[in-house]
Design a protein around this ligand. Structure first.
Ligand code: ADE
Length: 247
């Protein structure tokens, strides 16, 4: 079996693969956002995809989530692990902490969020989504964080917003009141599509900022996100390598 890894902003290092080779794949939804890079990690076949493209040109709205998931499944991936930068909506989730997501709230507005654009006659497809992240994969991610002693959180609800703008303070406070723990612009869409496609999916999120609800510090900026994920990216890489080895 192959394992798909979708790398988020700054967390999509293609150099973690041994014997890498690129594969071009087309899908009924168009091309995926990056060429798929196939190789091996810890003796396992892995296929890497950069969510926003290798040069980060796809906005969160225009990432071709359907093509990305379809392409990974088409080349034989049986599970997907993703990485993502998130803003923290909780004081106890600090910068650089890893969060192994267990729930999402979808606050996106204008993107393709299902493979079921039409139903087959008399066969409506309403996919159960109560627990969208794969529990066995989540457990492997948690075990890896524990093994390395990384500051991490065993669960967390992510709210995914449309972006590319950040939230207003009112929105940020509303998401906190809704019970969201972290915020990003991609995971709900990607996770839901992976579940529809029958692919177990889990995500390791790195907290990079406090969005804008925390009034004792300046609101989030892209520069802040980049600085924090550069400082902490190797944590995510070592977690991925450990988990792939155990799969
Ligand atoms: N990704 C990282 N930090 C974020 C934030 N504060 N809002 C949305 N997406 C993010």
């Amino acid at each position: 079996m192959k394992i798909g890894i979708i790398g988020g902003s700054g967390l999509d290092d293609p150099n973690i693969l041994e014997n890498p080779s690129d594969i071009e794949v087309d899908t009924p939804y168009g091309a995926p956002n990056s060429t798929l890079r196939q190789g091996r990690i810890a003796g396992k076949d892995v296929v890497l995809l950069a969510r926003h493209g290798r040069s980060h040109t796809a906005t969160p709205t225009h990432v071709n989530y359907r093509a990305n998931i379809h392409a990974l499944r088409a080349v034989g991936c049986a599970a997907v692990i993703s990485t993502t930068a998130v803003g923290s909506l909780r004081a106890e989730i600090g910068r650089g902490d890893l969060v192994i997501l267990d729930q999402f709230i979808d606050f996106t507005r204008r993107r393709a969020l299902t493979f079921h654009d039409r139903f087959e006659p008399h066969n409506p497809a309403h996919t159960p989504m109560a627990d969208p992240f794969s529990e066995p994969l989540r457990q492997l991610l948690i075990d890896a964080c524990r093994k390395f002693g990384y500051c991490h959180h065993d669960k967390g609800t992510v709210v995914t917003i449309e972006g590319p703008r950040f939230s207003t303070r009112a929105e940020s406070n509303m998401f906190r009141a809704w019970g969201a723990d972290v915020i990003n612009m991609s995971v709900a869409t990607e996770c839901a599509l992976a579940v529809e496609a029958g692919l177990p999916y889990a995500s390791v999120a790195m907290s990079t900022d406090y969005d804008c609800w925390k009034t004792d510090e300046p609101p989030v900026s892209w520069e802040e996100i980049v600085t924090i994920f550069k400082e902490n990216a190797e944590k995510v890489t070592s977690v991925l390598i450990e988990v792939v080895g155990k799969m």
